[in-house]
Design a protein around this ligand. Structure first.
Ligand SMILES: Cc1cc2nc3c(=O)[nH]c(=O)nc-3n(C[C@H](O)[C@H](O)[C@H](O)COP(=O)(O)OP(=O)(O)OC[C@H]3O[C@@H](n4cnc5c(N)ncnc54)[C@H](O)[C@@H]3O)c2cc1C
Length: 442
């Protein structure tokens, strides 16, 4: 048996934001045996932007990787919600106060910058070992010695069994670990179709050098959202204002017939333009800058909340247990909070028995589960408000937008609402774990 918690053998399945943060946070806590298994051959940098909210930045800073990520990011000082069809501004929310209130500004960046920052952080610790091109299959024991079969992509190499003391399933929305764990526990779970899909687009500065209106957006420190019935586009500059990032949400048509295994597909430019053909000319122009062949559409799926994220010495992390719609921009931030909390909980173990490991993982679940599912629901509610068609509910929403212009009332676009921000950014998951560990572990 391991002498101290730091001697425990930790296997992490998946090197997404959740898995990378688990590895980095555990290394920072002095854990000596951390192995990360990733089925892709590398980090697979997706060309897309990501919001770097203060609750994420706080964790990254404590883990020693924020400075590098921040250096390439863009500081957001305001958000503007606009009618897609006319470009009329519905709401303008200043965000200057965020840094003073929560210690970090609201920034936006490139996903590759975030993933690479975490990865480089891990590489500073020789105790973190990455195993790329290895798919974790057949999780057949959850404890006291969790184990799975590691299947190399290179078929000339034989699959092998891996056994650990702690197994962290950070294997994303299609998580094999979740499926195996729920099957073992006899819990029915199903992936839920949101009937929504998303195009993720990046426009480079040189493409729009003759378009002053778009250059102004590129050089701004603004998150803009254009909304319409059942659709919206959120956009902001990333990479030191050299790339303009657009993320759309629209009814899912192209995936409708697809099986559960398909989450992204190459999109058609004509179809994308048709979906937004009643949006204003500037939006049309932005979409038109995207070269044919570079359009990627993402299926947006979530699943029903799970009864538990933990079985024996195994825990689920990130999208594996709380996938969310992107309307609150908190999916990765919540996966990052998971990693930070797990590391503190395991480091506080009084001994290394499987029973104690299980209890520490339950502390993680206690601190994270309700919060994560509250934000999943808030994200869905925000989407419903943004996507309203003509009718009483939309009139009510637009009254709220009008009241906001006079400086009062809630923001229907929830991520910009001060009360929602207090809930999300004001919560210090690491402090909470330090302070509540003994109470929850008892
Ligand atoms: C359109 C859109 C916009 C978004 N915008 C934001 C935003 O602005 N801010 C934000 O915080 N979040 C955002 N998100 C959410 C965020 O991207 C996800 O919540 C986050 O990436 C989840 O991280 P993860 O590590 O849990 O999962 P993933 O990133 O999916 O990582 C899982 C990893 O596990 C690997 N894997 C899977 N199965 C196996 C296996 N069997 N063996 C080994 N490896 C395996 C995969 O290859 C993958 O690398 C957005 C999401 C979408 C779709």
């Amino acid at each position: 048996m391991a002498q101290s918690p730091q001697d425990l053998r930790i296997a992490i399945l998946g090197a997404g934001m959740g898995g990378l943060t688990c590895a980095l946070a555990l290394a920072k806590e002095g854990f000596k045996n951390i192995d990360v298994y990733e089925s892709a051959s590398n980090l697979g940098f997706v060309g897309a932007g990501i919001q770097l909210a203060p609750n994420m930045a706080r964790v990254l800073d404590r883990l020693g990787v924020w400075k590098g990520i921040e250096a390439e990011a863009v500081n957001i000082v305001e958000t503007s919600v606009r009618v897609g069809a006319t470009d009329m501004e519905l709401a303008h929310v200043p965000l200057h106060y965020i840094k003073d209130t929560y210690g970090y500004p609201h920034m936006v960046g490139h996903r590759s910058s975030l993933a690479n920052g975490l990865y480089q952080g891990c590489l500073r610790y020789e105790n973190v070992r990455f195993h790329f091109s290895i798919t974790a299959d057949n999780v057949d024991s959850f404890g006291p010695r969790p184990s799975f079969i590691a299947v190399p992509r290179d078929t000339s190499k034989a699959p092998y069994r891996v056994e650990a003391d702690v197994l962290l399933g950070a294997d994303g929305i299609k998580s094999n670990t979740r499926v195996a764990m729920m099957e073992k526990l006899g819990i029915q779970t199903a992936v839920k179709d949101t009937n929504q899909a998303s195009y993720r687009i990046m426009i480079h500065k040189d493409q729009i050098k003759d378009d002053p209106e778009l250059l102004e957006l590129m050089n701004s420190n603004t998150v803009s959202r254009w909304i319409g019935e059942k659709r919206h586009i959120i956009a902001y500059p990333v990479s030191n204002n050299t790339i303009y990032n657009l993320s759309t949400v629209q009814p899912d048509k192209n995936f409708a017939a697809a099986t559960n295994t398909t989450y992204t597909t190459r999109g058609s430019k004509k179809v994308m333009l048709d979906v937004f053909n009643d949006f204003c000319p500037m939006v049309q122009r932005m979409l038109n800058y995207v070269p044919e062949g570079e359009i990627c559409e993402w299926k947006l799926r979530v699943h029903e909340p799970l009864d538990t994220w933990v079985h024996e010495s195994t825990a689920l992390v990130g999208d594996a247990c709380h996938p969310t719609l992107p309307h609150l921009a908190q999916g990765a931030a919540q996966a990052i909070e998971d990693g930070a909390v797990i590391a503190i909980a395991l480091a506080r173990l009084p001994n290394t028995t499987p029973a104690s490991i299980h209890k520490a993982l339950k502390v993680y679940e206690k601190i994270r589960k309700e919060r994560a599912y509250t934000l999943v629901e808030l994200a869905a509610a925000s989407g419903r408000a943004l996507h309203l068609g003509e009718g009483a509910a939309k009139e009510e929403r637009d009254k709220q937008f009008a009241a906001l212009k006079n400086g009062n009332g809630p923001v229907p676009d929830k991520w910009a609402d001060a009360d929602v921000q207090r809930t999300i950014y004001g919560f210090d998951c690491q402090k909470e774990t330090q302070e509540r560990f003994d109470e929850y572990f008892a």
